[in-house]
Ligand binder design. Structure first.
Ligand code: CMC
Length: 433
């Protein structure tokens, strides 16, 4: 990181005092004004709800250029990874920083495979949930409970513990997700099959039936793998920032990832993929699209077009471009010639992309607009959509959490506030109120 010493001058127009702040330069993206000493030097805090102008950390993992629609994992464009790589290799890349040579990849895959099974006692925990629980609620509870099972990997000061905890989470997340699904369906729990690839094994654990032989379908597993790659990391989004801020207090990694899952569940974040499908089902027919566009534009109406808009992408979401094409390919490969939901989605997209409200606010379809359409074609039930996002994002959370722990400048996350409540007043006895 380069520092332009005192490159930025801040003037307090009330007192005429000026303050000189350093400007930090990363390898790409906008420069950053270093405000760490702002309070000690000026007596003021910065006010930035939603962190729209605040960088919370230094990171070498993921880069986004929202204006140009660029997403890089460790420098590699998402388009190239989606075409040429696979999810497990992307996990390696995000964690270690470089693409693996074959032997390193073999060892890494073996380690992940070794940890896919759950502690048998965890199965009892699943059985304590109501059958109709949302699988994200189960994920949240079960992942949080991992810290009560794996005491040998919760010492965050020990790199070996951190590595084992990270590996466990990447490996066990698909098993937890599939078990949550099978529990809701009343199906017997399936053990992982370590002879299968990551995505193949996940589909096997979801859809196998003990009474029949399970036949893997390469079209389905490749489509799944691609979606997982696209969701693997996205720099300092809400759930990743939640993981980082939870971890900044020294909390154990399983608890931090459970916190990330809770944040991801919201419809403004990972819950949007489920919300998109619910919205399309509610719209039902193309002739009702204009009515919903009108509602989305009405400030009195809380309705928003789900799957549209992004805090960072202001021209297009590169993940959405890949998935749009992937949706057509998957439906074609599966022989689904006419999908009314995809037709409806395309109609909505076309109308919104021409509408001045959406154009002027730079609201474009995001990754979640198309992922649900593919999941649906793969036979994944709607309630599992956000769970799949969590399965994929676990590697991003883990990589970012490790980076934070290893960062010598890391401090506990502790924002300040602009207090607007009562000033000091005396307690009044109940009889006198
Ligand atoms: N439909 C209608 N209006 C919208 C939408 C939408 N989906 N998104 C933003 N706007 C309007 C918003 O009302 C505001 O208008 P105005 O300037 O007139 O007040 C303007 O656009 C800016 O919106 P914002 O809420 O200030 O933007 P934000 O950066 O805080 O929010 C967002 C980003 C993704 C939360 C938001 O666009 C949204 O709620 N989208 C729908 C949910 C969704 O698809 N989320 C998935 C995000 S991608 C996956 C992930 O990374 O989690």
């Amino acid at each position: 990181m380069n520092v332009d010493k005192k490159a930025f001058t801040l003037t307090d127009n009330r007192s005429g005092k000026t303050y000189e702040l350093d400007v930090l330069k990363g390898t790409d993206g906008p420069d950053v004004i270093d405000v760490r000493k702002l309070y000690s030097e000026t007596g003021h805090f910065a006010y930035d709800p939603g962190f729209t102008s605040t960088g919370s950390c230094q990171s070498e993992i993921t880069f986004i250029d929202g204006e140009k629609g660029v997403l890089l994992y460790r420098g590699y464009p998402i388009e190239q990874l989606a075409e040429k790589s696979n999810f497990l290799e992307v996990c390696y890349l995000l964690i270690y920083g470089n693409l693996p040579i074959s032997e390193s990849m073999r060892i890494f895959s073996q380690r992940i495979t070794y940890h896919t099974m759950l502690h048998e006692q965890l199965n009892l925990l699943f059985k304590g949930f109501r059958r109709d629980s949302h699988p994200m609620a189960i994920m949240n509870g079960v992942v949080g409970a991992l810290s009560s099972f794996y005491h040998d990997s919760t010492d965050i000061t020990d790199p070996r513990h951190r590595f084992i905890a990270s590996t466990r989470m990447i490996a066990k997340m698909p098993t937890i997700a599939a078990t949550a699904y099978r529990y809701s369906k009343g199906l017997p729990f399936a053990y992982p099959r370590n002879d299968l690839g990551f995505s193949e094994n996940f589909l096997y654990m979801m859809f196998s039936n003990p009474c029949e032989e399970y036949v893997t379908n390469p079209i389905l597993s490749r489509a799944m793998d691609r979606i997982l790659m696209l969701h693997a990391d996205h720099e300092q989004n809400a759930s990743t920032s939640t993981v980082r801020i939870s971890g900044s207090s020294g909390a154990n990694p399983f608890a931090c990832i459970a916190a990330g899952i809770a944040s991801l569940w919201g419809p403004a974040h990972g819950g949007a993929n489920e919300a998109v499908l619910a919205m399309l089902k509610e719209i039902k027919t193309k002739d009702r699209v204009p009515e919903y566009i009108k509602r989305a534009k009405n400030k009195e109406d809380p309705f928003r077009l789900m799957g549209f808009g992004h805090r960072v992408y202001k021209n297009f979401d590169p993940r959405a471009t890949i998935l749009r094409q992937s949706a057509h390919e998957v439906l074609g490969d599966l022989g689904i010639e006419d999908d009314p939901i995809l037709d409806l989605a395309l109609e909505l997209e076309q109308i919104a992309l021409k509408d001045d409200y959406f154009v002027s606010r730079k609201l474009y379809p995001n990754v979640d607009f198309y992922s649900g359409i593919i999941y649906r074609a793969l036979g994944i039930p709607t309630s599992m959509f956000t769970v799949l996002f969590a399965v994929a994002r676990t590697v991003g959370w883990v990589a970012q959490w490790n980076e934070m722990i290893e960062d010598p400048t890391q401090k506990i996350g502790r924002p300040r506030q602009l207090y607007t409540g009562e000033t000091e007043r005396d307690y009044v006895d109940v009889k006198d109120r």
